[in-house]
Write a protein that binds this ligand. Structure first.
Ligand code: ADP
Length: 600
């Protein structure tokens, strides 16, 4: 790695540390301040006891005078330490855990808010997605480590300064030993940090695979296949191989590291401090009697403590400093990512349906170069029921995604009542639409909340919406029945079709002029589908409805059908008109009708 790159990385790590400390300070200033200052201060009594009290007591004992004074000093120190410990315990066991909870709450609130606001297209971007996953899974732990690292560095600096001052007053020569010890430890420490970084990098591919293996065994998505096949054994074998390869890769690094640790820790400490200082100061204390026995003990203890502090700063901290810096970098990138779908000032919420127009709309997904919609022109009049049909990949979902501003058009424009939808304030724009997606999600919340999509559902309205969606299941606690097991062990599990009906009820519940339904009947049986169609026509009388369906029996009732192929509208008209045209729609319809006939 070039010198320039290394310096840049270090200053980035420092900047990332400051960013994280700033973030913590902004959200829980007392936590940060208390954590850093208290701990650094709490270390001082220990230093004083270890160096100053020891010296005092030994001096008094060896000089044989005034044992009473020594006893008083011991008691005073003991009281000092007990009070210190009491404060310590209250601080660490009560104050800090509460403040930590506050920090985690604030941190995740900010992350969730950012994740929900980000452009939908960000999910197509693996780098962004990785940053999001990292932020979600490990940022609280990293924040804690950044604080703990900073505290440790400060504590060790204070320790070095305090003890250094005491030693200088006894014999500055001792610092020469300490200096030599440090001069040896620092470069070896850097070497250790370097090997550790190489080791972490070499482990990354194996760790990524390990994450995949655990996902396979804990996610429900894989549970059925694992039980019905031998896929579990297949994956376990891969896992075994991965662990084997990981071990083979890590071994040379471990071999390098133990030697370096041995050199760093043992050599300077043993030779310079344990042997060097003992001989030098022992000579002065015993032979020339220039210093007292207390001075001897204090300098020996002090020099050891300084060396240990320097050892800690140069090895462990150097390693985690870089590693935490890299994680914070990803968090920062996630938090600072700019949205591309920008809202305007228009805050119109239409009470009644108005005309929607697609004008020469073309669209290419970001990061790709093939247009998936080409020069689309269509006009949807108020209260119309519009069906989008076509083969898989024709561009139907993309078209509704553009209307919902999950993506912005690449060319052309979409207008609602003549106004370009990019002029709208985005949350306000979305209030005009009810949307049911083919990959809809139910949330761990009550049925009522799942239909209303807020935490204050109107029970009567929810029931009406569920009835319009033809949801007939008995709910043990009516609309207050909890769905999913996360919040309630007796949470209700729904079948695919039932879940879809709850999702459809959302469109009936929301007072808005437009409904977009992407494959609303995909999980429904033919009877439920028929009933849904009837209900939809009735309940959605006051709305414009745009729906996508592969089952062409649902499109019969549409006021206008748009048949898409390769991103273009190839046929337009009512069911009767298109059947008369005897084109692609008629072909698809007849094919499906024949299938139904065969099945029955
Ligand atoms: P339909 O709803 O008609 O089945 P889509 O609108 O989902 O079709 O997809 C149209 C085309 O766009 C397909 O070729 C699909 O592969 C592509 N596509 C869909 N989503 C993305 C995406 N997020 N990134 C890149 N290409 C996409």
């Amino acid at each position: 790695m070039s010198k320039q790159k290394k310096t840049k990385e270090k200053s980035n790590s420092l900047r990332n540390y400051l960013f994280m400390l700033g973030f913590i300070c902004k959200h829980t200033p007392f936590y940060l301040f208390g954590y850093l200052v208290f701990d650094v201060l709490a270390n001082i009594p220990w230093i004083l006891t270890n160096v100053v009290l020891l010296k005092y007591i030994i001096d008094v004992v060896t000089s044989g005078v005034d044992l009473y004074r020594a006893a008083v000093a011991c008691v005073a120190f003991a009281v000092f330490i007990i009070i210190g410990n009491l404060l310590n315990t209250v601080f660490y066991e009560i104050y800090l855990p509460k403040e930590r909870e506050k920090l985690y709450f604030k941190m995740y609130s900010v992350i969730y808010e950012k994740a929900a606001k980000m452009d939908y297209e960000a999910y197509d971007n693996p780098a962004y997605y990785n940053d999001l996953v990292l932020a979600m899974t490990s940022m609280s732990e990293r924040a804690q480590q950044v604080m703990s690292n900073t505290k440790d560095i400060l504590t060790n600096i204070v320790s070095v300064l305090t003890i250094g001052t005491v030693i200088v007053t006894i014999d500055p020569m001792c610092l020469v030993f300490v200096f030599l010890c440090v001069a040896f430890m620092v470069p070896v420490g850097r070497l250790i940090a370097k090997v550790n970084v190489q080791r972490t990098e070499a482990m990354t591919p194996y760790d990524r695979k390990n994450l995949y293996f655990s996902r396979v065994f804990y996610l429900q998505d894989y549970a059925k296949e694992l039980r019905l096949s031998r896929a579990g054994t297949m994956i376990e074998r891969r896992y075994q191989k991965n662990i084997h390869d990981r071990l083979a890769t890590i071994s040379p690094y471990l071999a390098k590291q133990w030697k370096l640790y041995f050199c760093q820790e043992s050599m300077p400490l043993t030779l310079l401090i344990y042997l060097g200082i003992t001989l030098f100061m022992g000579y002065k204390a015993i032979v020339t009697k220039e210093i007292s026995m207390g001075d001897f003990a204090a300098t020996f203890n002090g020099a050891t403590a300084i060396s240990n502090s320097v050892f800690a700063i140069t090895s462990w901290f150097a390693i985690s400093f870089r590693e935490n810096g890299l994680y914070v970098e990803k968090f920062k990138r996630f938090m600072n990512a700019k949205e591309k779908i920008i809202g305007g000032d228009n805050k119109t919420v239409h009470k009644k349906p108005v005309t929607i127009r697609f004008e020469n709309v073309s669209f290419t997904y970001p990061g790709t170069d093939k247009a998936v919609l080409k020069n689309i022109n269509l006009e949807i009049k108020p209260y119309q029921k519009i069906a989008l049909v076509g083969y898989n990949g024709a561009g139907k979902t993309t078209l509704t995604n553009l209307l919902l501003r999950l993506y912005d058009v690449t060319e052309g424009r979409i207008t609602v009542d003549g106004v370009d939808i990019r002029e709208w304030d985005i949350p306000t724009y979305h209030r005009n639409f009810a949307a049911v997606f083919q990959d809809f999600s139910l949330f761990g919340a009550t049925v009522g909340e799942n239909v209303a999509m807020n935490d204050h559902p109107d029970a009567e309205k929810v029931k009406k919406a569920l009835a319009s969606g033809n949801f007939q299941k008995d709910l043990p606690e009516d609309t207050n029945t909890i769905l999913l097991r996360e919040f309630d062990e007796s949470g209700l599990s729904l079948s695919g079709g039932e879940a879809q009906k709850v999702a459809i009820a959302r469109a009936f519940y929301k007072d808005c002029p437009f409904a977009v339904l992407d494959e609303p009947s995909a999980n429904l049986d033919p009877v439920a589908e028929y009933t849904l169609n009837q209900a939809m026509t009735k309940a959605a009388e006051n709305k414009t409805v745009i729906f996508i369906s592969h089952r062409l029996s649902t499109t019969v009732m549409a006021d206008c059908i748009y048949m898409l192929e390769n991103g273009e509208i190839v046929e337009t008209g009512t069911h009767e008109q298109l059947m008369q045209q005897n084109g692609k729609y008629a072909y698809m319809f007849n094919l499906q009708a024949d299938k139904y006939k065969e099945q029955n």
